[in-house]
Design a protein around this ligand. Sequence first.
Ligand code: PPS
Length: 205
Amino acid sequence: MDATPDSFWYPEHVYEVYKDDPDLDRLKIIVLLREPIARELSLYNHMRNLWSKDPDPKAWYRRVSTESFPEFAKKKLRDGADYKSYYAQYLSRWFQFFDPQQILVLSYEHEVLPGTPAKQRIGDFLGHSFRDDKGAFPRVNEQSNPNKIRKVPCSVVERARPTVERWNKELYELLATWKPHAMDPFPKFEIAACVGGDHNDTETN
Ligand SMILES: Nc1ncnc2c1ncn2[C@@H]1O[C@H](COP(=O)(O)OS(=O)(=O)O)[C@@H](OP(=O)(O)O)[C@H]1O
């Protein structure tokens, strides 16, 4: 099993690894999608956490030492190709390499957060039942440090919304067309409540 968010952006590499395997058609792929603005915030917090532990000026996460979240988001959530939250662009490539029936697409907010049916969905897909079907998955990488930004500034939401909505619309259409294993219709992402101002709002907010 390989589990990393980074695989999502490189379906051709995954295909390259498995293409000569006689069991290629038994490969199971699970894609977990999160509302794009929340995902970028989570990544930003992750990078800031790494920077606080190891402020290496050559590290891949160094940009967060000089960029506020609004500045980071402005660069990541804008029109154009190759933006990582433009899920439809990447998922459409997965469908070129793999049978959509080999792919389970889950909504983080509707199917993975505690109280939602992730374990059951994944169990059904893999043909494997978990010991505790109802419980949540253990939390990892939560980084509950005091500098964690909990809420997105409303200015970020206002700026990003048109782009993100276009990306999401394309995603819903793609899923409706290709019909991988997924909720049908796929639940629409909801942007979480934001806070005023253009600054980094931390835990106290
Ligand atoms: N069990 C469970 N259920 C739901 N959500 C969970 C769970 N475990 C971790 N998390 C949240 O996932 C975020 C970290 O994701 P990753 O581990 O993929 O990120 S990374 O590897 O650190 O880049 C991070 O999200 P944020 O807290 O919003 O940043 C974690 O809180």
